[in-house]
Ligand binder design. Structure first.
Ligand code: COA
Length: 226
């Protein structure tokens, strides 16, 4: 089945936290995705997914959807609600093995739509799915969102040592517009401030359309949902 990109839902939080943990192992606290999805009106989160037909058939019989198939029962539900109240996102039922999930989330991007700027707050791809054009697809969707919402720029911060991410942003034309010294609390590494502007100019649009066509030719189409 073709991979797809769609808006992130609260059901996706556990899998997205799994990607966040492997992508940003020193990050603490983890992103408060529930609050981001339900309360932050500026925030837009997208995920890429792979659907597994065999697991979907099992799901029809057993009711499994990424999480363990066991029905929690009254006490389980009570604990679940308590954990929810205490805010331990993603600390719910254990996740199923990757190959048994009906929907495997492979990547995530978070964008805050500020006054005239779309700010990318996170982008990460599951380690097992890297170098398959997934981050590029997520970035394309984020830039399209910025264009649709009539934003002028797309901005983000990136560790100065993060060569793979810097190569991705360079490919799409982001420029270094600043340096935040000792920005990251784990090792006090500096961050580049990167900006892509103006995203609605004819020149950028032409370059962007060429990159999108090249991406589709190389990786095939993704189903775009929502
Ligand atoms: C950075 C990251 C998101 C890239 O995801 P990905 O899905 O593997 O990237 P893609 O396959 O879409 O690659 C697109 C472009 O990114 C660059 N790139 C990605 N991985 C790279 C690598 N390991 N080395 C060099 N360039 C790389 C290339 O320019 C590539 O284009 P190309 O295929 O034409 O060379 C991924 O490595 C990741 O999740 N890292 C951990 C989290 C992170 O650092 N996020 C960025 C925070 S600012």
């Amino acid at each position: 089945m073709r991979p797809a990109a769609r808006p992130m839902h609260t059901d996706d939080i556990a899998q997205v936290l799994e990607i966040e943990r492997e992508s940003f192992p020193t990050m603490w606290p983890p992103t408060a995705y529930k609050r981001e999805l339900e309360q932050n009106r500026l925030a837009h989160y997208l995920v890429t997914v792979e659907r597994n037909d065999k697991s979907a058939a099992d799901w029809a019989v057993h009711g499994a959807y990424g999480h363990g198939a066991e029905h929690p029962g009254a006490i389980g539900r009570l604990f679940g609600e308590l954990r929810h109240l205490l805010g331990n996102e993603g600390d719910e039922a254990p996740l199923q093995p990757l190959e048994e999930r009906v929907e495997l989330i492979t990547g995530v991007i978070g964008v805050w739509l500020l006054a005239d700027e779309a700010h990318i707050v996170t982008i990460a791809v599951r380690e097992s799915h890297r170098r398959q054009g997934i981050a590029e697809l997520l970035l394309i969707r984020a830039i399209e969102l910025a264009q649709a919402k009539e934003q002028q720029l797309v901005t983000l911060e990136c560790r100065v040592s993060n060569a793979p991410a810097l190569a991705l942003y360079d490919k799409y034309g982001f420029g270094k517009v600043g340096l935040r010294q000792r920005y990251y609390s784990d090792n006090h590494e500096d961050a580049y401030v990167l900006s892509l502007n103006p995203v609605r100019s004819r020149r950028f649009k032409e370059h962007f359309e060429a990159l999108k066509a090249e991406h589709e030719q190389r990786w095939g189409p993704f189903d775009i949902e929502g």
